[in-house]
Design a protein around this ligand. Structure first.
Ligand code: 4NP
Length: 152
């Protein structure tokens, strides 16, 4: 039984808060109670709200993420969450440095749950690409696929 999910990205102001916002909206609709949080691999934006253009794009799609605040990932997060879902291969490499072993196989790239050709791609970092919508659309697909798999 999945009780908790942590979404991870580099800065915790674009992709992982978006993933958390989409996830909490979808589980609310489905009536599931699952603890969720997001964290960054850096402390660059510690305590900050989501980046304005990302927040606005989420808002346009019906996801309000303005209450979320960035934090850096902690050692204890591995123990405290059932799943740790990252956005790209670089995130996965950095998670492997923090958690050298993953005995419960709980660290995954979020796109790995999508069937077909998208299942190994990285979620582009919109902070650099400027394409907030493309990242949101991919995250939305991945969250939907994750929910379908864990609650099939
Ligand atoms: P995120 O995007 O990892 O999706 O939150 C980034 C946000 C900020 C920076 C890098 C990535 N930054 O360099 O400040």
């Amino acid at each position: 039984m999945v009780k908790s999910v942590l979404f991870v990205c580099l800065g915790n102001i674009c992709r992982s808060p978006t993933a958390e916002g989409i996830f909490r909206s979808k589980i609310k609709t489905k009536g599931f109670k699952i603890r969720h949080d997001s964290a960054g691999l850096t402390n660059w934006h510690e305590g900050h709200p989501p980046y304005e253009p990302m927040k606005n794009t989420c808002e346009n799609y019906g996801y309000n993420i303005s209450d979320l605040r960035a934090r850096i990932i902690k050692k204890e997060d591995y123990r405290d969450f059932d799943w740790i879902l990252a956005m790209d291969d670089q995130n996965i490499d950095e998670l492997k440095n923090i958690y050298p072993s993953d005995p419960e196989n709980k660290i995954r790239k979020i796109t790995s749950f999508i069937d077909g050709s998208l299942n190994s791609i990285n979620v582009p970092d919109p902070y650099y690409t400027g394409d907030y919508e493309a990242s949101l659309n991919l995250i939305e697909q991945a969250v939907e696929a994750f929910l379908n798999q864990i609650f099939e």
